[in-house]
Structures are given as structure tokens and as C-alpha cells.
Write a protein that binds this ligand. Structure first.
Ligand code: 2AM
Ligand code: CA
Ligand code: CA
Ligand code: CA
Length: 257
């Protein structure tokens, strides 16, 4: 896409995200309807649905011919990355949203013929909007975000996922032991944004496409690496363990997992 088109789309999407934030905060104050999806730890609320409806509708207005992959099913059946594909997670960290009314994010990523193009991670209650892409750079609340220092695993905090750490999948306890310590937030979006900000040297979790679509765009734009645990490339149509890290931390982590 031409850079000026990307810039226009970016401005429009930032406005959409800010509107969505205001709506979500308003609805969060009222009664939530909470349902279990696959287990008592896998929740969906009326606000996940209403925010997804809103985001999908707004994206259709901005980019009518695009395909949209959205977690709660409002979008399209997407089985190819050809053309424009938007990937939407309306509330990331639904468990936090329900039990803490805090520490959740909304995320949107745009891929054009499979190429990471635009990404948005909005930490709603902290009011931190990470936005941008490889052509236009990354901003935090409209200020340019500097690429994080290329710290090794031993020099930083590591973003863990509770199930992987408890079960020691991918040797995660050793990974954590070599870092300065584990941090667990319960929101992939927030933990990825902490890698973007240089607060974590890496994050490893089992993720679905909407959990890391936005984060991948933003991370790669900042010189961070996003791969499977064996170092192979990710693709946006499959689920699995994903590592987002500095280049140095990634090398150390791949040698452990
Ligand atoms: P979600 O809130 O959008 O479902 C911690 O639960 C993190 O892992 C959240 O970012 C959550 O996203 C994500 N996640 C992915 N798959 C999940 C699952 N099956 N159950 C709970 N959380 C899941
Ligand atoms: Ca979910
Ligand atoms: Ca999610
Ligand atoms: Ca979600």
C-alpha cells in the first residue's frame, strides 16, 4: 500500500480505537453478561460481542473489500492471507475485564497479501494506544516509540504465560530462571505492548491469530522478532506457541526451549 494511504488509514483507525475505548468503559460500568466458551477460564461477555461488532463495522466502512478475521465470529471465514486481511481481538484479557475491570486491551492488525501493515494495541484503562507499522513507524499515544534496547534474556524481565510456566512447557521455568524474573498479566496484548516498550525482553505464550496479529506488526516494526519456539516463521492462520522478543533474548530462549 502507498505510504500516504497507510497514513490516512492509520489516522482513521486511531479514531475508531478511541471511540471503541469510550464505549467499552461506559458499558463496563453496567451489568456484564458473562458466558463460558470452552471452560470456566475461557470467558466471553456482551462487551466482547458489542465491541467486535463495532470494530468490524468500522473496518468495513474504511476498507470495504477487505476480509476480517475476528475472535468472536462477527467477521468473515478467512482461510487465505491474500488481499487485505484485518484481524480483530475486541477484548484481550476478558478474564481481567470481568474480574478486575482493568488490565485488558483491544487489538487490530492489518495484513496486505500477508505482509504486516498496521497494528493497534490499546491498553484501555491505562489509556495507552500503540499504533503503526513498518512503513510509518510506531507511536505510543501519537509520540514516536523508540525501539527497545536489544537486551539479552539475563538482562531483563520475561513475560510468561501462566499455563506454560506452571506446566513447564517449552522449559519455561528455565527460561524464567535465566531472566531477571517472570511477569504474568493475563493479557497477551498488554504483555506484548510491554515488550514493545522495553519493559520485558520477551513474551512466550500459546496464542491464536488475534492474540498476536497486532503485536507482530508493531514488534517487527521496532526490530523485535516474532517466531515459533523453534525459530520458524509464524503465519496468521494458525495457532501455537509464539515468542516475541529482542533478537538477543530470542537466541538465548531458543537454546533453552
Ligand atoms: P482473550 O482474553 O482474548 O481470550 C490470557 O488468558 C491470555 O491468553 C489472554 O490474552 C487471552 O485472550 C489469551 N488466550 C488465548 N487462548 C485462550 C484460551 N483458550 N483461554 C483463555 N485465554 C486465552
Ligand atoms: Ca477469548
Ligand atoms: Ca486474546
Ligand atoms: Ca478476546
Amino acid at each position: 500500500m502507498q505510504t500516504n494511504v497507510v497514513k490516512q488509514l492509520n489516522q482513521a483507525m486511531q479514531t475508531v480505537m478511541k471511540t471503541a475505548r469510550v464505549q467499552v468503559i461506559a458499558k463496563m460500568g453496567a451489568h456484564l453478561t458473562v458466558a463460558e466458551k470452552t471452560s470456566r477460564r475461557d470467558l466471553v461477555t456482551n462487551v466482547d460481542h458489542s465491541n467486535e461488532d463495532f470494530l468490524v463495522h468500522q473496518i468495513r466502512e474504511l476498507d470495504p473489500d477487505a476480509h476480517i478475521l475476528a475472535e468472536e465470529g462477527t467477521g468473515d471465514q478467512v482461510d487465505t492471507m491474500a488481499g487485505h486481511v484485518w484481524i480483530v481481538d475486541p477484548i484481550d484479557g476478558t478474564m481481567n475485564f470481568v474480574h478486575q475491570r482493568n488490565h485488558f486491551a483491544m487489538m487490530v492488525g492489518l495484513y496486505v497479501d500477508g505482509e504486516p501493515t498496521l497494528g493497534y494495541i490499546y491498553n484501555v484503562m491505562a489509556n495507552k494506544l500503540y499504533a503503526g507499522g513498518p512503513q510509518i513507524g510506531v507511536t505510543l499515544n501519537n509520540e514516536p516509540l523508540v525501539a527497545p534496547a536489544n537486551l539479552d534474556l539475563s538482562a531483563g524481565l520475561f513475560g510468561a504465560s501462566a499455563p506454560l510456566l506452571i506446566q513447564n512447557r517449552f522449559n519455561m521455568q528455565t527460561v524464567v530462571a535465566q531472566s531477571l524474573g517472570p511477569r504474568i498479566m493475563g493479557s497477551a496484548g498488554i504483555q506484548i505492548s510491554q515488550v514493545l516498550a522495553g519493559e520485558l525482553v520477551g513474551y512466550l505464550s500459546y496464542l491464536r491469530p488475534w492474540d498476536f496479529a497486532a503485536g507482530r506488526v508493531l514488534a517487527e516494526s521496532l526490530g523485535l522478532v516474532v517466531t515459533r519456539v523453534d525459530g520458524t516463521p509464524v503465519d496468521m492462520l494458525s495457532s501455537g506457541a509464539v515468542l516475541i522478543a529482542t533478537k538477543r533474548a530470542q537466541r538465548s530462549i531458543l537454546a533453552i526451549v
